[in-house]
Design a protein around this ligand. Structure first.
Ligand SMILES: *Cc1c(COP(=O)(O)O)cnc(C)c1O
Length: 361
């Protein structure tokens, strides 16, 4: 390649590209992307198989929006469908923020937020999470200024798996300007069992400045098809439709989402199995001596510290691919057989961390 370089936006070149959870080799378990371990339901496979893929999709996903509107008690125009909720966050930033504007979010949180904020030329304001992994509510409120155009709340939070309580959410909404758009990113809400957690279904009707985001990627097991949605006032969803890349939501994804809603009970039964597995896994980790934040998503967070990369490599050598952050590991609750494997390996890890010995093979 030539040495010659074209002129890119310096603010973009300064930000690291989004890094996906590591792909796993054939003989390893992939616990790095919070995916659903179950294969798709036969009805979903059937729905996808009959899609006329020589045709463009109905780009606004009208059929799905009508279904979701019934479920949420809103109009179809108040439902916005995107290529996964990650793309909806991109559309939200584009529709609200540009150079000089700020987007406030917790950090650690979803690793896509900084890059998506920078794409619009806006400034991301990262409010450190508390030592227990939870959102710092007073800190987030204090970070909101006249320059803030978007406040993103993530519950359960990726990667710490902690929730925002209803009380905390109410405090935020009562404290920020009523004309500030607040995003409640609920990618994992279906796995929540804590009755004190906020739920977008309950709070959406109370706040005209709120958009609730949901996805079919995690609980519904459609990560490969890229489909999620947001619910908000129509003038907000219209602005999102203005900035959206046209015709991006495939007919396959729309059919699969509708088929998933048709078989929701079966899917939510799987979700209950995973939530129960998560609680069992976390309890066993606490027993081993780990500090694990109260986990409410389909994943748990372990703070490791300096030896994080070594621990991640050790787990991978044992067939367990997890997501390593700077100082901790996010471990997806996947197949049942991974739990014993994880506990055996992590038992060795905690012994090595305590003794300072290296981790053997
Ligand atoms: C996985 C995830 C999303 C979106 O996933 P999509 O596949 O784009 O729908 C959004 N927010 C958080 C916090 C996530 O972890």
């Amino acid at each position: 390649m030539s040495e010659l370089r074209v002129r890119l936006r310096p603010d973009i070149a300064a930000i690291a590209p989004y890094r996906q959870g590591r792909m796993a080799p054939e003989d390893a378990f992939k616990l790095s992307s919070n995916e659903n371990p179950y294969p798709p339901l036969p009805a979903v496979v059937e729905a996808v198989a009959s899609s006329p893929i020589n045709r463009y999709p109905e780009g606004s996903a009208l059929g799905l929006r009508v279904r979701l509107a019934e479920i949420w008690g809103v109009t179809p125009d108040e439902v916005y469908v995107g290529n996964g909720s990650a793309s909806i966050i991109a559309d939200l930033v584009t529709a609200t923020s540009g150079p000089g504007d700020e987007v406030v979010f917790a950090w650690k949180s979803f690793e896509a937020y900084p890059g998506l904020t920078a794409s619009a030329g806006a400034t991301g304001v990262r409010v450190p999470t508390l030592p227990d992994g939870r959102h710092d509510i007073p800190g987030l409120i204090a970070a909101v200024t006249d320059r803030t155009k978007l406040l993103i709340l993530c519950s359960p939070n990726n990667p710490t798996s902690t929730v925002i309580t209803r009380e905390e959410f109410d405090t935020v909404m009562a404290s920020v300007p009523r004309d500030l758009l607040v995003v409640l990113d609920e990618a994992y809400v279906e796995f929540v069992t804590d009755p004190n957690a906020v739920n977008g279904r309950d709070v959406l009707p109370l706040h005209p400045n709120l958009i609730v985001l949901r996805t079919f990627s995690k609980a519904y097991g459609l990560a490969g098809l890229r489909i999620g949605y947001g619910i908000a006032a129509q003038y907000i969803t219209d602005a999102l439709r203005t900035v959206q890349v046209p015709l991006g939501i495939t007919d396959l994804a729309q059919r699969a989402a509708i088929a998933s809603l048709d078989h929701e009970e079966e899917l939510l039964e799987r979700v209950r199995v995973i939530s129960e597995r998560r609680d069992r896994f976390r309890a066993a980790l606490l027993e081993q001596g780990w500090e694990v934040p109260e986990a409410q998503g389909n994943f748990v967070w372990l703070t490791i510290g300096e030896r994080n990369a070594e621990v991640a490599a050790y787990l991978e050598a044992n067939g367990l691919v997890v997501r390593a952050n700077v100082d901790g590991l996010r471990i997806t609750v996947g197949e049942e057989e991974t739990i014993d494997l994880l506990l055996r390996s992590l038992g060795n890890v905690i012994a090595a961390l305590r003794s300072g010995e290296p981790l053997a093979g």
